[in-house]
Design a protein around this ligand. Structure first.
Ligand code: PAF
Length: 275
């Protein structure tokens, strides 16, 4: 595996290849990322993974500085997955001057996570656009765990006619149901024992809807109350259609999204429903 730090070197490598599957990450890799890499590996002769903790997508009081950086271990994992190139630029390489042009996503970026993390998806869309322009992948793989991110990147690719095919990788869970996330490492032992309640609540809500419950506001509010009683600080629980709009009575594909904090750790998860 080649480890490339500069845009120029990446471009020289890119000029010699034409079939590239790309997995963007912020590092601290776990089995969830590796599943995306495995999916990419099946799609193209060359696999590029990026590791870049993107300052544009963190708010002022968020965890940019304490976001886990585990480069040595990440390199070993990517090597074992047969990745061809790790693109690991520095902040100075990607932002030699402060970024003054940004991708402005549509209003859906200000809802759900965007309502609690103003500017987050603008930062995500901007860095993904920049990485796409540098790497020019034919395929890019994103996780379904970040459902809102996936929706916004899909919209960006369509709206800007970016010549890349997006693929979505399934959420990988621990045996107790907790979705794998780099932020799980921030949980104390007690919080880690509580954390699976989030997915359990999503499963319970899905079962209710499949059994015919249709008062979405009541289902959401009950879930918020239950999680709050269990010690969570809930940002939102939302039942949406697959495009993240408020469902109409005819919506057949739904997704339930949740974001909640245990102590100082904010976790997100979602579950899709095909009814
Ligand atoms: O999902 C992530 O890890 C990040 O949001 C991404 C897509 C790598 C952009 O920084």
């Amino acid at each position: 595996m080649q480890i490339i730090h500069s845009i120029q070197a990446l471009r020289s490598w890119r000029a010699q290849h034409n079939d590239i599957a790309f997995v963007p990450t912020m590092g601290n890799l776990h089995a969830g990322h590796l599943a995306l890499v495995a999916k990419a590996r099946q799609q193209a002769s060359q696999v590029v993974v990026s590791i870049f903790v993107n300052p544009l997508q963190f708010g002022v009081n968020e965890d940019y500085s304490r976001y886990p950086r585990t480069m040595e271990h990440d390199v070993e994992l990517l090597q074992s997955m047969g990745v061809d190139v790790l693109f690991a630029p520095s902040v100075e390489e990607l932002f030699p001057a402060p970024q003054s042009y940004h991708v402005e996503p549509p209003p859906v970026a200000n809802e759900l996570c965007g309502a609690f993390r103003p500017g987050h998806f603008r930062g995500v869309a901007t860095i993904v656009m920049k990485l796409f322009n540098i790497i020019q992948p034919t395929i890019a793989v994103f996780g379904r765990k970040d459902y809102q991110q996936l929706t916004i990147i899909r919209g960006m690719v369509a709206d800007f006619a970016i010549p890349v095919t997006l693929l979505a990788g399934e959420t990988i869970r621990a045996e107790d149901g907790l979705a794998l996330s780099s932020r799980n490492g921030f949980l104390s032992a007690d919080e880690r024992r509580t954390a699976p309640q989030l997915y359990a609540k999503l499963v319970e809500m899905k079962d209710l809807i499949l059994a015919g419950a249709h008062d979405h506001m009541q289902i959401e509010q009950r879930a918020i109350d239950d999680l709050t009683t269990q010690g969570w600080q809930v940002d939102y629980v939302a039942i949406r259609d697959s495009s993240l709009a408020i469902p109409s009575p005819d919506s057949k594909q739904l997704v339930i999204l949740v974001a909640a904090r245990l102590g100082s750790t904010r976790l997100i998860d979602n579950i899709e429903i095909d009814s």
